[in-house]
Design a protein around this ligand. Sequence first.
Ligand code: NI
Length: 136
Amino acid sequence: MKIAVSRKEHFNAAHRLYNPDWNDEKNFQVFGKCSNPHFHGHNYELIVTLIGEPNHETGYVYDMKLLSDIIKENIISLFDHKNLNLDTVYFKNLNPTAENIALVVWRILRQKIENEFELKVKLYETERNFVEYPAH
Ligand code: NI
């Protein structure tokens, strides 16, 4: 009997979408304002979901306070009020799209969450645009 439990956290960060193999014109064509050379910000909403069986003693799948602490310590403290391209190690050579941010978040958290729990990451870049990893 598996149950999904989720914790929502928030960060804001600046980024620029940019493919170094293309000139500025082509980057602007593809990424629009998100390729503005002087960066721009988003209010990201991050939803982390763990799937597992409730513990027979606590009835919890996972301690939400602990999950919140893990997300804050390993993600929010690295990304919040940062320039993702310049201030983090993860997007030096990786375009900081919502897709790639979600992948990076998943990889970091996967090392912190026991393997008995399935891990999913949903990231809202705007209220209307969001991505989810893994996709299934
Ligand atoms: Ni953007």
